[in-house]
Design a protein around this ligand. Structure first.
Ligand code: GLN
Length: 451
């Protein structure tokens, strides 16, 4: 049924870069066979899922939305892919994304944009716009995203779906193509809080193949999602997540959510986190710096595309020609920014300062969580904007990440879930819930109470 739905709508939506029809049917048949033999089935047996094209899949193309990996077939599965298979999930295919997960609209994909199912002329968010669009268009009931600076939560917000960035280290990064390694985090996307929790539990947990993977039990997310409540909880509202640039309808729906929390028994506490104002600047130094180092491996020798290899040119020339042809503008912009920020003589002024700001943001969160159990905010300052509107203005694009980025810098957990439609444009608004590191279950407890 989901493959038929993809056939019917994906030409218009373009959520998928690759539909693995054969693989999906084979997985589904394998689940049926197991059931017939009376074998124990995985926790998500037979449930179809859309996988962001940043996770390696053995024998199935993985492009990260880039021309530079066109034609590359990974010889191994990411840990997330492995765990999905172990849960008996049926992987439908790989979803569209901004190239190397750099963007907030999916317009930076080398393979063309994805439409928002609510209005195909608008963006589905980014970088994981393919995954969020697949959910909102009912092409898949579950999806996987990655969140380096909001790429699970912002797409969830603008498509009226649920997305969770687990605590950093909660889900393995092994086989997830690296963008900014100290920020990158895979996580679940779904249409309900409970669905997200079931998927969260299936992919999370320690992995010795990822050196930053947390070796501790997975927080009880499913139990929390089944027992939604905010009775007696302290909920923080941060001053810095408001003001100029926030759309009226977003603010209205957010204020109504705060009232709902109060009426359900929560105490609302106003918080001041002054360093959050610097989060965007720090992120756009740290993320490009780490990407300039991570993307050095795309040298035309190891993977995918190779341009100009006619026997007359040096290896350096082939590398340069391949990168020129294989990387898009945003990727080049970030590699240049990052290389500059890390260069000798500038390191302390840029990367070093950004890391200090990161520490201040972490401390602001620590102080906040002495007073409250969770923080809430709008997920994004505006609803989905039209395709093309911010494409030539990187600064306007970066503003979409205003509320999501502090969490990535501090490494704690956050969820976006729908909280109504903005009256002025009828488009979905996202409510963000933020919890301390390893308290991911609180997101689900609160999310299930207000869903
Ligand atoms: N918009 C952010 C960026 O462009 C988000 C990236 C992400 O979370 N992958 O860097």
């Amino acid at each position: 049924a989901h493959l038929a739905r993809i056939d019917a709508v994906d030409e218009k939506v373009h959520a998928f870069l690759h539909v693995d029809r054969e693989g999906a049917l084979a997985q589904a048949r394998a689940v049926d066979a197991k059931r017939e033999r009376g074998e124990k089935l995985g926790p998500l047996a037979g449930v179809p899922l859309a996988l962001k094209d940043i996770f390696t899949t053995e024998g199935v193309p993985t492009t990260v939305g880039s021309k530079i990996l066109e034609g590359w077939i990974p010889p191994y599965d990411a840990t997330v892919t492995k765990r999905l298979k172990a849960a008996d999930v049926v992987i439908l295919g790989k979803t569209n994304m901004d190239e190397f997960a750099m963007g907030s609209s999916t317009e930076n994909s080398a393979y063309g944009p994805t439409g928002n199912p609510w209005d195909l002329t608008r963006i589905p968010g980014g970088s994981g716009g393919g995954s969020s669009a697949a959910l909102a268009s009912y092409e898949a009931p579950l999806a996987i995203g990655t969140d380096t600076g909001g790429s699970i939560r912002q797409p969830a917000a603008v498509t009226g779906t649920v997305g969770v960035k687990p605590t950093y280290g909660g889900v393995s990064r092994y086989g997830m193509v690296a963008f900014s390694s100290s920020l990158d985090q895979g996580g679940p996307c779904a249409r309900t809080v409970l669905d997200a929790a079931l998927l969260h539990e299936a992919i999370a947990g320690h992995d010795e193949l990822d050196s930053t993977s947390i070796d501790a039990p997975v927080p009880p997310v499913v139990e929390a999602a089944r027992n939604g409540s905010v009775e007696g909880m302290r909920v923080g509202v941060v001053k810095q997540f408001s003001g100029e640039g926030y759309q009226a309808g977003v603010v209205q729906r957010f204020n109504e959510s705060v009232e709902l929390l109060r009426s359900l028994g929560a105490t609302v506490v106003e918080l001041d986190c002054p360093s959050f104002d610097l989060a965007l600047s720090a992120y756009y130094l740290i993320a490009p710096s780490e990407c300039s180092s991570n993307l050095a491996r795309f040298d035309a020798m190891r993977y995918g595309l190779r341009v100009g290899d006619d026997g007359t040119k040096s290896a350096e020339d082939v590398t340069a020609l391949t990168r020129e042809a294989g990387f898009g503008d945003e990727v080049k912009r970030r590699v240049m920014l990052g290389t500059y920020a890390l260069s000798s003589g500038y390191y302390d002024a840029y990367y070093g300062s950004a890391q200090k700001v990161r520490t201040l943001i972490t401390r602001d969160f620590e102080k906040a969580f002495e007073q409250v159990d969770v923080i809430v905010s709008p997920t994004t300052p505006t609803t989905a904007f039209p395709i093309g509107e911010r494409a030539d203005d990187p600064m306007a694009m970066y503003l979409a990440d205003l509320c999501t980025i502090p969490t990535n810098l501090a490494g704690n957990a956050a969820m976006s879930l729908p909280c109504g439609l903005a009256p002025e444009d009828g488009l979905p608004v996202g409510l963000q819930i933020i919890a301390p590191a390893m308290k991911d279950d609180r997101l689900y407890k609160v999310g299930a109470a207000v869903e």
